[in-house]
Design a protein around this ligand. Sequence first.
Ligand code: HEM
Length: 382
Amino acid sequence: MRVGYQRRLQHDPFEYLEELRRRSSNGILRLPWGGRCVSDAALAHTLLRDPELNGDRSGFFGDLLPTRSAQVDVGHAVRDLLRAHVADYREVLSAEMARLPAVSQWPTTATDLVYRALADLLLHPDTPPQIRHFMDKAVHGGVVFQAPGTWQRARAEILRAKLIAAITEHVGYRRENHAGESRDVLDAVLGACPHNLADRTVAEVFLVMYRSIVAPVSSSLAWSVLLAFSHHTSDCPLPWPADWIVREALRHRPMVWMVGRTFPHPTEFGGIPFQAGEMLSVSPYLLHHDEQGWTDHDVFRPDRWAEPHQRGPYIPFGAGPFTCAGAAVAHVLMTEALIALTSDCRMTVTGGDMRAVMVEGAIPRPFTVHRTVRQVHETERR
Ligand code: HEM
């Protein structure tokens, strides 16, 4: 990539995408770092949903799982596990609120909160402490979000290798001492993976799930807090339900900024010839800021979610046969966290910046949250 492009991408990735769209004439833009991206809503719809282009395995698990049905089984098993334990998640969140300092640094705090609330569901407390220790370290050790520098990345690789080795050994143990019901994400993965899959591969699938849960849920929670409290600055309680805020944050600042499909055979798409193996992406950000589809496309406006017919293309969780298996439960996890944070509390943000940083997706730049418990009057409670 030429240095000029890199700088602009780092400066404001979404603004840069907008600029590339303005320069494109056919709804498919060429990305300066290689590949192309669809900005036209109808083409994006076809690319993500056409059975011809979405017939094989999805790219989400790479080559870890041998068949599409194994991919689906793992996604569903983890989703079901999380769904069954939402009440536990809510309980830990509420305990975490009591520990949250009045002033906290975000998005790190979002990652801590979401991770702590999910830690026992990712790996049950009976798991050997050493493995849980590696998992704790992985959250901020460059395994969940890519570390910024070369040295930190090398350390993250070592940590990742230790975590994988420890989980691999533990997978062997769990296979021999099967407990019956799934108590955590590792059990869910183990139960859904083909029985002949190597212990190490199961450990890697677990790691894919661990990252794919913690990173987008915590980043989207951080965007929700930043956007909501940058737009609502009065002392009154938030004027929008948490559900609308989360939906609108996922629209305005989608954490997953590119969703890709690889052409299985030579194809002409949108008037452009593609070779087998070439990738074409769709940008949720561009579709969510489509002037034709959305009124006030550039404005954070949670109350648009009260107007059912005023919506354009909305794909924060992808679309078509490979749509995110955890979309509904992810939405619940974010909404619950936002409710826990804001109930009976006044929050303000300082230092916020709406430009994203690209680290495993579009995450907010650092900002500070000030949170104080509100005196709730009887009339407000009613
Ligand atoms: C805010 C949180 C989340 C966001 C924004 C998100 C987003 C996405 C996106 C964009 C995809 C690719 C879809 C496509 O290619 O069309 C995906 C795939 C996937 N996600 Fe999520 N995700 C989130 C949370 C979760 C959670 C909590 C789970 C736990 C079950 C999960 C499990 C999966 C799985 C298994 C896939 C692969 C689906 C397949 O190929 O069959 N995600 N996610």
